[in-house]
Design a protein around this ligand. Structure first.
Ligand SMILES: Cc1cc2nc3c(=O)[nH]c(=O)nc-3n(C[C@H](O)[C@H](O)[C@H](O)COP(=O)(O)OP(=O)(O)OC[C@H]3O[C@@H](n4cnc5c(N)ncnc54)[C@H](O)[C@@H]3O)c2cc1C
Length: 272
């Protein structure tokens, strides 16, 4: 097995441009799925962890720039970030346990494209974008549009994700709830992230569709008149989402849980 260990982004992009390599950030998704990913076994690996410039998290005037190898733990150990982005902090705390939080990266969560991804859930609710770079071009893609289907993204051959950009905006009522088989160290059966910006709500759900996604019908309901009962949420859930039965849960359970989360949120007093 060949592992490239570039020291600069430019060097890494040149390696990506010249061959069909597999990037590795924390390796917490890639290596767990390695036995079943037989199509990758003959490919060379590109370790991104030695590129100092990719680890940097920077507060710009209008956005937060999370470098591609910034980990959840980097975020959680920064009190200012925790206080400015409580929903991201909540998601970071709920990804695995400390071992995973200290190796796993936001960008790895994004590119891995799991429908149950917790980082993606909060990042879409914060209207984040993905910064993508090749040797000769850079583009920025809204995360809500990044996924083209189940575990499929807009990332092209020759490109790396270089950062996640999170707007610094006046979000209120930030809320994130993850429902799994237990309180911690679990994969989401239903995840819900919401916030209000101005008069509009963003409502994002994971584990209930092939991709983590925003829910326009639920957003409209939140922004106008929210249903008063649990059952009244169900038709809107059906408009936005098509959950499946799988090893973690059933379609009906997922719909009922989401309806109850929305009902509980809208019938309890919200902090500003
Ligand atoms: C025990 C355990 C518990 C977990 N719990 C959770 C959980 O609760 N919630 C959750 O959402 N996830 C969970 N995960 C999954 C995983 O930890 C996260 O998705 C993590 O964020 C992945 O980041 P990584 O840096 O390890 O990615 P990697 O495994 O290094 O990479 C993931 C994918 O992204 C690609 N990639 C990585 N960086 C780049 C880049 N810069 N440019 C292009 N491609 C790139 C890789 O090639 C690979 O395809 C868990 C995993 C384990 C093993």
């Amino acid at each position: 097995m060949t592992m490239h260990l570039p020291r600069s982004l430019r060097e890494a992009l040149a390696i990506v441009a010249s061959g069909d390599v597999v990037p590795v950030a924390g390796g917490t998704d890639l290596l767990v799925r390695w036995p079943e990913k037989v199509e990758l076994h003959d490919r060379e690996l590109l370790d991104l962890s030695g590129i100092a410039e990719l680890r940097v998290t920077a507060r710009q005037p209008d956005h937060l720039r999370l470098g591609a190898t910034a980990t959840y733990w980097d975020f959680l150990t920064d009190a200012t970030l925790r206080s400015e982005f409580p929903m991201l902090a909540s998601a970071a705390r709920q990804v695995g346990a400390v071992q995973i939080q200290s190796r796993g990266t936001w960008a790895g969560n994004v590119v891995n494209a799991s429908p149950a991804a917790d980082g993606v859930l909060a990042l879409i609710a914060c209207d984040a974008s993905v910064e993508v770079q090749s040797l000769d071009a850079q583009r920025t893609i809204p995360l809500r549009d990044f996924y083209t289907g189940y575990r499929a993204t807009q990332l092209r051959r020759g490109e790396l994700v270089t950062a996640i950009l999170v707007p610094r905006e006046a979000r209120v009522h930030e809320y994130l709830e993850k429902v799994g088989s237990r309180r911690a160290q679990t994969i989401s059966k239903v995840g819900l992230a919401m916030c209000r910006v101005g008069d509009s709500w963003r409502v994002v759900v994971n584990a209930m569709a092939p991709t983590v996604r925003r829910c326009p019908s639920l957003e409209r309901a939140m922004s106008s008149q929210a249903p008063r009962t649990v059952d009244e949420w169900l038709p809107m859930i059906h408009q936005d989402l098509t959950p499946i039965d799988d090893v973690r849960s059933t379609k009906d359970y997922r719909e009922q849980v989401l309806a109850r989360l929305l009902h509980a949120f809208t019938t309890q007093a919200q902090p500003t």
